[in-house]
Design a protein around this ligand. Structure first.
Ligand SMILES: [Zn+2]
Length: 121
């Protein structure tokens, strides 16, 4: 891996990149292991959160909605999470079935994500 020149003083960009990359990898692993070892998935979430706090890098938004902020569980719709769409008010309610914590995600956000996906493909 080749590092870019580090800007002095400012938050190191390469550090942010690495933190993000690691978090994505961890969530990918969590996703893979969920069926067989859901506890391991939760552990991956925990590690990601540790990286985030330690390096002071926020967890990417798209990953943030994949775990429960309250109990730290990795969330999978239909397994340990429930998703309810409120099309009238344009948001999605995500419920963690482990601790019943509810999270509200704006609808427009989901759409933006879809658009981005299309562009990538
Ligand atoms: Zn929870």
């Amino acid at each position: 891996m080749v590092f870019k020149k580090r800007p002095r003083g400012k938050k190191k960009e390469w550090q942010v990149d690495i933190a993000n990359e690691r978090m994505y990898i961890l969530f990918e692993q969590a996703d893979r292991r969920f069926k067989t070892y859901p506890n391991l998935s939760d552990r991956y979430v925990e590690i990601s959160r540790n990286i985030s706090t330690k390096l002071n890098v926020p967890i990417p938004r798209e990953l943030k909605r994949r775990f429960c902020k309250n109990c730290g569980a990795y969330l999978v719709y239909g397994a340990n999470a429930r998703q309810r769409v409120n099309s009238e008010k344009q948001y999605v309610i995500m419920t963690c079935l482990k601790c019943n914590q509810k999270k509200r995600i704006p609808y427009t956000d989901e759409k933006k994500k879809e658009d981005r996906k299309e562009k990538e493909n």
